[in-house]
Design a protein around this ligand. Structure first.
Ligand code: URA
Length: 204
């Protein structure tokens, strides 16, 4: 398997890339995380879902979207009737960024430089899976895929073609729904998230 950061800029398989990302030192985030969390799903998936970064549970499990945000995500997929197993699920950043607070590890938003460094790995995933549709969940994923000016408010809900004809849809990050204190607002935002996911159902 080629070394991360070595002369190879394309891996031959997702398995090779997933192994190599464990040795990644492209940004400092590898220093405190338990492990890198690479994408999971079929190598021929038509739809790729991109979140921000692994959370506390994902950092421990080594799998994306298995914690609280993953439960919100799974419930929304279930409501729309999308089979999670058919999706390729990954994150813009592969290592968990956090600050310790007592026994807890508090999520921190990755910096643009960290997101850019990790684009290398997202590019590997995109090149190997060649999805037709990529869903950017949240601002970090949207900025990684569409540039620093990307915003959810401006870009949500309409397909955005990128380089190779791939289409990007922007929506909220499921953890946003967990942070809304107002129940009515949370219900409205959840409905909107479900409607966004319904737009990609026919591409899966
Ligand atoms: N939040 C993310 O953005 N990704 C995960 O994998 C889990 C939580």
């Amino acid at each position: 398997v080629p070394e991360a950061g070595g002369p190879v800029d394309r891996f031959e398989s997702l398995g090779d890339a997933a192994q190599a990302v464990q040795g990644c030192t492209r940004c400092p985030l590898y220093q405190n995380a338990t492990q890198a969390v690479f994408g999971v799903g079929p190598s021929d998936a038509s739809v790729m879902m991109v979140g921000e970064q692994p959370g506390d549970s994902e950092d421990i499990a080594g799998q994306p979207f298995v914690g609280p945000a993953g439960q919100v995500f799974d419930a929304a997929l279930g409501e729309v009737g999308i089979d999670r197993a058919k999706l390729f699920i990954t994150n813009a950043v592969k290592h968990f960024k956090f600050v310790p607070r007592g026994k807890r590890r508090i999520h921190q938003t990755p910096k643009p430089g960290e997101v850019n460094a990790c684009r290398f790995w997202l590019d590997q995933e995109i090149a190997l899976v060649r999805p037709k549709v990529i869903v950017a969940m949240g601002a970090t994923a949207a900025r990684s895929l569409l540039g620093p000016g990307a915003t959810i408010a401006k870009m949500r809900g309409a397909p955005i073609p990128i380089e190779d004809g791939t289409i990007v849809f922007v929506t909220i990050h499921p953890s946003y729904l967990l942070r809304l204190p107002d129940r009515e607002k949370a219900a409205l935002e959840r409905d909107r998230f479900v409607r966004d996911l319904a737009m990609i159902r026919d591409h899966v």
